[in-house]
Design a protein around this ligand. Structure first.
Ligand SMILES: [Zn+2]
Ligand SMILES: [Zn+2]
Length: 113
């Protein structure tokens, strides 16, 4: 699968540079996407892979995000942007996904599954 759009099984959300998102830092509303350039994947100094959350360049250092750089537990991931939810619910390229995942669709629409 390309990096355009994928699925993160750890955080249960869509990832890839085709996915518009907001920086996962709680005090930040910077618009980013969930591509490789924004993911927290630190190699140093704690040896982990980073939290896998997505941050704007202000909140992503060579040591990963603020929390990973400090060796703290990761931030709470933010919900998908409304822009992205709207896209999944309406775009033709997601028609098959909608047909296969009626429960997810109901959840995105805010109704009871
Ligand atoms: Zn991190
Ligand atoms: Zn940020």
């Amino acid at each position: 699968m390309s990096w355009s759009i994928g699925y993160d099984r750890h955080w249960n959300r869509d990832i890839g540079y085709g996915v518009p998102a907001i920086c996962d830092h709680p005090e930040c509303n910077e618009k980013i996407d969930r591509g490789l350039s924004y993911v927290c994947m630190s190699e140093e100094p704690h040896g982990g892979d980073g939290c896998g959350l997505y941050f704007c360049w202000k909140h992503l250092t060579t040591c990963g995000c603020e929390r990973c750089a400090a060796g703290d537990p990761p931030f709470q991931p933010k919900p998908d942007s409304s822009e992205w939810v709207e896209w999944k619910l309406t775009d033709e390229s997601w028609a098959q996904w909608r047909a296969e995942n009626p429960d997810e669709v109901a959840k995105l629409k805010g109704g009871a599954a």
